[in-house]
Ligand binder design. Structure first.
Ligand code: G4P
Length: 287
């Protein structure tokens, strides 16, 4: 499957984010735990320019725990402060306050030596669309804080969420654009719903998802839809059409409708906790 995608409006968003980055000490980057590399925009690494970095593996409830653990190790080895969170339920969210403090330890010490005491650390959330930025900010804000108004000396219009006396979070997230030169990265982003569905043929997408699942999570589809395990994805999709009552007038299978059901069920986690990539096998999904 071949597709091209260029988000033109991202040039403006990138410029706005560069301005915001000047105001902050630590970047908290959200990635999707099912695709922790494909959902990470590599351009942020240049833009970050020496700031402390935190990676939060969000939606860990939807991902395979063992693989999430591998990804946490992977990013820790690269020097990031790392945690997994479920922004929807709030699990792991409160602990992020401590991680921010740890990530900024050196900066706090530097300030202290220069006689600057109690200057709050400023943090900002960034991530590609749909990764859970707004959900995380809401959850984080509820856990620990009240909103503060504009502060003198801070760009007009910026709102900061005061988490405690030491940490403030910019209340608008930085939207990064999904980036892929590699089609398999685009495909993974399509599976999780981070690229508009209109750009894809849902039937083909569902066949590729079924191929991947058969290889990596052989029982996920048959146990959820209560179907027999088969070797052909096209046949499997017909089984799903039958189970989900996706029929056309005249009694033919509506495989396009079944494809949409499958993708929706996968995205909602109904097929189980499933990850789409591993650190050492970024070629997990063949296009
Ligand atoms: P964004 O700002 O980065 O664009 O993402 P947003 O917070 O809008 O979240 C996108 C979707 O991901 C939302 O679902 C949200 O509920 C869901 N989500 C966020 N964090 C988690 C998580 O940790 N686990 C799970 N399972 N889902 C999460 P939605 O269907 O668009 O909205 P809603 O029906 O859930 O409100």
């Amino acid at each position: 499957m071949q597709f091209q995608w260029y988000p033109g409006h991202m040039t403006k968003a990138k410029r706005a984010m560069q301005e915001d980055l000047k105001l902050i000490d630590v970047i908290i980057e959200l990635v999707d735990s099912r695709v922790p590399l494909s959902s990470k925009n590599p351009d942020i690494d240049q833009m970050a320019n020496g700031k402390s970095r935190i990676i939060l593996l969000n939606k860990y409830d939807l991902a395979d725990d063992a693989r999430t653990k591998c990804w946490m190790d992977y990013y820790e080895k690269k020097g990031y402060f790392v945690a997994k969170v479920n922004s929807k339920s709030g699990a792991g969210v409160k602990a992020v306050q401590d991680i921010i403090r740890k990530a900024c330890h050196d900066k706090i010490e530097r300030d202290r030596k220069r006689g600057i005491l109690n200057r709050p650390i400023r943090a900002m959330i960034v991530g590609i669309p749909n990764v859970g930025k707004s959900t995380f900010i809401n959850s984080f804000a509820k856990k620990a804080c009240t909103k503060t108004g504009n502060k003198p000396g801070v760009t007009k219009g910026k709102q900061w969420i005061r988490l405690n006396k030491n940490v403030e979070l910019l209340d608008t997230p930085g939207i990064l654009w999904p980036k892929f030169d590699d089609q398999s990265v685009g495909l993974r982003l399509a599976f999780i719903g981070s690229i508009k569905d209109e750009l894809f043929n849902m039937y083909e997408l569902s066949i590729l998802l079924l191929d991947y699942l058969r290889e990596n999570y052989p029982e996920a589809v048959s146990s959820y839809y209560e179907t027999e395990q088969v070797e052909e994805s096209a046949v499997q999709l017909e089984q799903i059409a039958v189970r989900r009552g996706c029929m056309k007038a005249g009694g033919a299978y509506d495989v396009d409708k079944a494809a949409k059901c499958l993708i929706d069920d996968f995205r909602a986690g109904k097929l189980g906790a499933i990850s789409l990539e591993l650190p050492e096998c970024s070629e997990d999904v063949d296009v």
